[in-house]
Design a protein around this ligand. Structure first.
Ligand code: CP
Length: 311
């Protein structure tokens, strides 16, 4: 169904497979509107959610997606596991796989951890965020949300605003959107822009007002203070004044721009609460589309047998 066994990242991921996932996700979105939001597609499939790092949306969204598809699902939390007794990552993974599982959804703080896991076990691996590297399922749900809003991705102009260098969401969005024919402009403080940006087929503009004039939608990113030493962003107030998506700033532009945010939000820093709660924002649509996108990804990777027919 998809060309690759795992979903580790969107770098080099086939555009036709991204489109297949999005098309399938729209079918599952319809399932989520039914009174009984469940289909038997992954009956008998066992999936483990391995979370070595905190998460609200991704973890719950994957677990819900698995339950909606009738898979058997188990959650692993690093903080209450035998890792605390010194067990290695490899031993942890191999012991879990010995219990006859089919797929692993993993979030880990180390870039490359999902790929590393493929060297230890045979199960299907889905990257739910690996450090500052990639967050492919977030980018797919973001693209689905843009597709829902605009009816297309090709030719869309998307501004990605904020802390790019620490953002796995930014990198996966850049790979996915450019592969699907959208134009991407990055905007943020120069010290939060990665030096490899010039290789990624995107524009850079540090003038947020110019980016707002240009873009169809803005994907606003959180300042990731937990991933930076002190000093990269002098103060929240200064950051908000230059790169914050405020109602006053949006009011200066005579256009209805769509506002996205992957969460968690720092209200009053990169985005004002009033903007986040406005009709321009599709942030909660992104969350709902996250369940549908993850259902599609699991279904396509784990070889769902039944279709999404009526229940
Ligand atoms: N967008 C996202 O990854 O959110 P969580 O960290 O809550 O999963």
């Amino acid at each position: 169904m998809l060309k690759q066994k795992h979903l580790l990242g969107l770098e080099g991921y086939p555009a036709e497979d991204i489109q297949t996932i999005i098309d399938t996700a729209f079918n599952f979105r319809e399932v989520l509107e039914r009174p009984i939001k469940k289909v038997p597609s992954l009956q008998g499939v066992t999936i483990v959610n391995l979370f070595f790092e905190n998460s609200t949306r991704t973890r719950i969204s994957f677990e819900l997606a698995q339950k909606r598809l009738s898979a058997d699902t188990v959650n692993f939390s690093a903080s209450s596991s035998s890792l605390k007794k010194g067990e290695s990552f490899k031993d942890t993974a191999q012991n879990i796989e010995a219990m006859k599982i089919d797929a692993v959804v993993m979030r880990h703080p180390t870039p490359g951890a999902a790929k590393h896991l493929t060297e230890f076990i045979d199960a299907i691996i889905i990257n739910a965020g690996d450090g500052t590297h990639e967050h492919p399922t977030q980018a797919i749900l973001d693209m689905m949300s843009l597709h829902e809003k605009f009816g297309r991705l090709r030719g869309l102009k998307i501004g990605i605003i904020g802390d790019i260098v620490h953002s796995r969401v930014a990198l996966s969005n850049i790979y996915g959107l450019t592969s699907m024919g959208a134009e991407v402009t990055i905007c943020g403080p120069p010290n939060l822009i990665p030096s490899f940006l010039q290789d990624l087929n995107v524009n850079y503009n540090d003038n947020l007002d110019e980016v707002i004039d240009w873009a169809d939608a803005l994907n606003v990113l959180r300042i990731q203070r937990e991933r930076m030493g002190i000093g990269l962003v002098p103060s929240n107030r200064e950051y908000r004044a230059t790169f914050g998506i405020t109602q006053e700033r949006l009011n200066k532009h005579e256009k209805e721009i769509i506002i996205m945010h992957p969460g968690p939000m720092n209200r009053g820093v990169e985005i004002d609460g009033f903007v986040a709660d406005s009709n321009q924002a599709i942030i909660l649509d992104q969350v709902l589309n996250g369940v549908a996108s993850r259902m599609a990804i699991l279904y396509l990777l784990c070889g769902g047998k039944a279709n999404v027919g009526e229940n």
